[in-house]
Design a protein around this ligand. Structure first.
Ligand SMILES: NC(=O)c1ccc[n+]([C@@H]2O[C@H](COP(=O)([O-])OP(=O)(O)OC[C@H]3O[C@@H](n4cnc5c(N)ncnc54)[C@H](OP(=O)(O)O)[C@@H]3O)[C@@H](O)[C@H]2O)c1
Length: 306
């Protein structure tokens, strides 16, 4: 299958390239890649890896030219403006990339008959639900980032795959696990909020699910997160434990106590029920603690090698 990846240099994009069975240089094509495992075993993919340098999704002409030249059967549209607080003060840029950028990808994909898989977010929800959100719950974002990503969902052509995920962590890029790995080296204790709940999701697991849903051209919205949920405080406790450190070094506070407060509002509950996967009989991702253990091992091995 000919697959175009956007955002291929981000933390999810880089593990996605690995899941497509081999590292693909940015802007480069890689042929005769064998998917390592799962239902795609034996599929041969030709992958075009793009990021902001090769194909800025907000540049309609460039997107159209790239799609015409490569003629992908599938686009894994991962590229986005993901800095949640920056989106609040750069509203036009957030919409240009996340909404108009997705419109451009959708238009070009339709023109060459390409299936679209769009990666979206738990932040499309307001967080007021007393239970995890399923795919049929009404979105109501409370941040510009969430609004612009929801706008991107609305731009996807009929029959697209929309995957909402949450609290993404991987070996590449910035995330909570890497932050705590750094903070743990200091002498200080630290404070994290205990009133925002979500499901930490690990790119090594998520990437495989994206490849399966995308190559299967599954239509509809799917919530795809690692199983289980916690607060940021609970997550940090578990990270410290996985590092062999003292979990009591992190103290629980409320969002209202953050000083200075975060620019963007976050949903208090953004736990996603992976209902569509479950009811379709598709594989669920493992528990988030399991993904964390594997990521910590990777990061510690990287440190040891440096
Ligand atoms: N991180 C999370 O916790 C989380 C949670 C839920 C959903 N998601 C979604 O998951 C996807 C991947 O997130 P991630 O954590 O891998 O984020 P990431 O590391 O920021 O990756 C996004 C990539 O998109 C690139 N990009 C930015 N503007 C672009 C443009 N105009 N054209 C093409 N590419 C552009 C970024 O480049 P620069 O780095 O140069 O800007 C980056 O390489 C995103 O769609 C995000 O909305 C993330």
């Amino acid at each position: 299958m000919r697959i175009l990846v956007t955002g291929a240099n981000g933390q999810l994009g880089r593990d996605l390239l690995d899941a497509l069975a081999g590292r693909v240089p940015l802007g480069g094509r890689s042929t005769n890649l064998m998917a390592p495992e799962g239902p795609q075993h034996g599929l041969v993919h030709e992958v075009l890896a793009t990021d902001i340098g090769e194909m800025p999704v907000d540049d309609r002409e460039c997107v159209q030219h790239t799609f015409r030249a490569f003629a992908p059967e599938l686009v894994l549209h991962v590229g986005a403006m993901t800095a949640v607080d920056l989106c609040e003060t750069n509203v036009d840029q957030a919409y240009a990339v996340n909404a108009v950028g997705t419109r451009n990808v959708a238009e070009a994909a339709v023109a060459v008959g390409s299936h679209v898989l769009y990666v979206s977010t738990d932040y499309v929800f307001d967080g007021n639900s007393p239970r995890p959100y399923n795919e049929w719950d009404q979105p109501n974002p409370v941040s510009v980032y969430g609004e612009s990503k929801l706008a991107g969902e609305m731009e996807c052509p009929p029959g697209s795959t929309i995957v909402r995920t949450s609290w993404v962590c991987g070996a590449h890029g910035a995330n909570m696990v890497k932050t705590i790995l750094r903070l743990a080296k200091s002498e200080d204790d630290f404070r994290f909020v205990d009133d925002q709940h979500g499901s930490p999701t690990f790119t090594a697991d998520l990437a495989g699910a994206l490849v399966a849903l995308g190559t299967g051209k599954r239509p509809g919205t799917f919530h795809v997160t690692n199983a289980g949920a916690t607060s940021w405080w609970g997550f940090v406790r578990e990270i410290l434990t996985a590092l062999g450190d003292d979990p009591d070094r992190v103290h629980a506070i409320g969002t209202a106590e953050l000083d200075p407060p975060l620019v963007a509002r976050r949903p208090a509950n953004s736990v996603l029920d992976n209902m569509a996967l479950r009811l379709s009989g598709l594989p669920q991702l493992p528990a988030w603690q399991d993904g964390l253990t594997r990521l910590v091992a990777v990061l510690q091995a990287q440190e040891a090698a440096e």
